[in-house]
Structures are given as C-alpha cells and as structure tokens.
Design a protein around this ligand. Structure first.
Ligand SMILES: Cc1ncc(COP(=O)(O)O)c(C=O)c1O
Length: 387
C-alpha cells in the first residue's frame, strides 16, 4: 500500500494515516473487514482493486498505509508475524549463492531462519559486529546481497551507524535492511538515513499491548515494492483483518507510549548502574555506552530496553528472573507491561553453541509504562536478594 500525508507530524500520522472516516457511516475507526472475498461489478471488474483478502483487505490496507507513513516510506506491507515478514522479504531478494552479513547478536529467530531454513536453499551468511562499520565492510563478499541491521541490537543493545552502513551496502551493490523493532519509527526512521528496507515485528512496540503477533515491511523502491506485493500474495503470510486492526489501534498511541517507555527505562538503568549485584549495564542512554553519541544523533530517545549481567553469573541471572513480580518472566517486548527474560535460554535459545549466542549471565528487560517507583522497587528487591 502507498503512503500519503507526508507533510503531517508523526503523532498525527499514527492516528490518521490510512484511517480516514469510513465513507458510508462515517465510522471514525477503521472497520474490521471480516471478508475473504468481494462482489465484482462485472467479470474482471473488481471494486477499487479488492478481489480476495490474501492479496488485499481494506483493514490491512489501512495498516499498510499507516506503516509506510510513520516510517517515512512509500510502500508498506503487513504480515502474520515478524518472521513471516522476514521470510517473505528474504525469498523476494535472495537467490541460491547469495550471501548476507548479520549482526553477531542478531535476534535468535532471524539467526534460525538463516541457519536452519535459508541455508538449505543455498543462502550463506557471516556474523559481524554491526556497531563496527569496518568489520561489516570486511565481511562483504562479491556475493553479498544484503546487510541485516538491528539498532539497538537484541539483546546487547549495540548501536549501528545506519547512514554509514547504507553507504557500505550501496558501494557493494547490496541492500541495507534494518529491523527497527527495538527502536520503533517514533525513535528512529532508517529509510530517512539511507536504508533500503525497514522490517518490524509489529508484535512489539507498534502493537504495544502484547495481544497480537504481526510483522511489517516498508520500502521506497517501486520495483522492490512490486516484488514484495507479489511474494506477499504468493506466500500468503498476511496479517488477518482483526490482527491488522489491533496493530493499527496500537500505533495510534505509539508516541506517548514510547516517551513513557524511554523515561522508565532511564530510571531502571540508573538503578542497575548503582547496584552491587550488577556487573555491566547495556543501555544506549548511558554516556559511557560505546554507541551513546551515535544513538543520540540517529534516535529521538534511547528506547525502553535495558540488558545487564550479574556478578553472580548465570545462577544469579536466573534468580533475578525468578524473583520479580511486576516484571513478568516472559519472552517478547514492547508491550505496556514490563517483562524480564534470560536471552541465552529463552529468546535466543536457538543460537546456543553458535557465535551468535548471548552471554549466559545476561538478563534482558522490556521496561513497560507502569508507575516507575513500582518498577524500581520490584527490580530492587530481586537484586537485593543476591547481595
Ligand atoms: C528484533 C526482532 N525482530 C524480529 C522478531 C520476530 O518477530 P515475531 O515474533 O513477530 O515473528 C523479533 C521477535 O522477538 C524480534 O525481537
């Protein structure tokens, strides 16, 4: 779907892009078009391009228009999950013999797709420290088709220089794909920094309420957009009308939610910093974080994710996860509620034994939008037990 309303502010786009009142009743919310098919005027004459809901559904079209608008891109596509978006994109752009450069701490599911699925189709990959432009350049081969970028990365919250990586990619004739799930378009718009593709797990900050699984892609290039639309329809991993509606409703409040996620995360990172049981804190908002200056330049704020290691090692990490109550022990991130997890066993378990495996004394927090004092008290008591 094509984006509109380029001149409007971000929060206005989250509420209005693709979401004009419905023309028959004036409904101010986008209806959930629970239909698989559409009556046609004549043979081969559909109404406004709607023939069947795998290629196109009005609720999904609204979300796709909104996704494109808030990422500052031209074309948006909504999928059944972030991994469905990833898979559809990679099958659209990769051919046997192609090579990809991945962040050495890439999301475990992305690693699994490359290592266990695409490897069987002849797509090769190497890991590189995505925060080091020279390391990424050194990993490029003549067959490199894409650089995969997360910034901040999951789970170590490294910051990648998106504009410089865009130059490295275009010099190599490759695509720069940015998984913008951790930042959200409120904090960072990779297409405006030169990326070719933005990917989302809309399950996270865009949906924002831990009630839906979804994915999204946004691009500017019309030829790539056509290929994505073709593959989206051919592979069929589309967002359902209800799921599209949930994500759209989540996007409506993205800006205010992100402000609160960021403010709470700042306080949580401060608490961790001063706690004797904590070894290292990974949070790009800290001035001593190696990516701090870059994050301050390419992001509006530092995000709601904080990771840390424990002086007591793996057992201490497992104990902290066991003893919080407001921070719920669960995978995922980006919802209104705070979550805690142990990446080596949970979200990144599929990377065990590979160079992509996270440290086993690492804990990852998705800081929610509850009352900050309650979050600090909850985490504080779990850490105090270790001292
Ligand atoms: C950074 C990142 N990208 C992609 C995904 C995959 O998204 P989904 O779970 O919606 O398939 C996740 C899921 O945790 C993620 O954290």
């Amino acid at each position: 779907m094509t984006s509109t309303n380029d001149a409007l502010g971000f929060e206005t786009l989250t509420i209005h892009a693709g979401q004009e009142p419905e023309p028959i009743t004036g409904s101010v919310t986008v209806p959930i078009y629970a239909t698989s098919t559409y009556a046609q005027h004549e043979v081969g004459q559909p109404r406004q391009g709607y023939v069947y809901s795998r290629p196109k559904n009005p609720t999904r079209s609204a979300l796709e228009t909104c996704l494109a608008a808030i990422e500052g891109g031209a074309f948006g596509y909504a999928f059944a999950s972030g991994m469905a978006a990833t898979d559809t994109l990679l099958r659209a752009v990769c051919r046997p013999g192609d090579h990809a450069v991945l962040p050495s701490d890439v999301y475990g599911g992305t690693y699994r797709l490359f290592a266990k699925v695409l490897a069987n189709w002849g797509v090769e990959f190497d890991a590189a420290d995505i925060s080091n432009v020279d390391a990424v350049r050194a990993a490029i081969r003549p067959q490199t088709r894409l650089i995969w970028c997360e910034s901040p990365t999951n789970p170590l919250l490294n910051i990648a220089d998106i504009a410089s990586l865009a130059t490295v990619a275009s010099d190599a004739g490759a695509l720069l794909i940015v998984d913008n799930t951790f930042a959200s378009p409120y904090l960072q718009q990779p297409l405006l920094l030169g990326a070719d593709v933005v990917l989302h797990s809309t399950t996270k900050y865009l949906g924002g309420h831990s009630d839906v699984i979804g994915g999204g892609l946004v691009v500017n290039d019309a030829e790539l957009a056509q290929s994505l639309a073709f593959h989206q329809n051919s592979m069929g991993a589309v967002a359902s009308p209800f799921d599209a509606w949930l994500v759209l409703r989540g996007i409506n409040t993205l800006g205010p939610r992100m402000d609160r996620h960021c403010a709470n995360a700042r306080q949580v990172a401060e608490l961790l910093d001063g706690h004797p049981a904590v070894a290292d804190v990974y949070y790009p908002g800290h001035s001593e974080h190696p990516g701090h200056a870059l994050a301050a330049k390419q992001m509006r704020d530092f995000g709601g994710m904080v990771s840390f290691t424990l002086r007591g090692g793996r057992q201490a990490a497992l104990d902290v996860c066991r003893h919080t109550t407001i921070f719920t022990l669960a995978e995922s991130l980006g919802g209104v509620e705070s979550l805690i997890e142990h990446p080596a066993v949970m979200t990144h378990g599929s990377t065990a034994g590979s160079p992509f495996a996270p440290p086993d004394d690492l804990v990852r927090l998705s800081v929610g939008i509850e009352t900050a004092a309650d979050l600090l008290a909850d985490l504080g008591q779990a850490l105090d037990r270790l001292s």
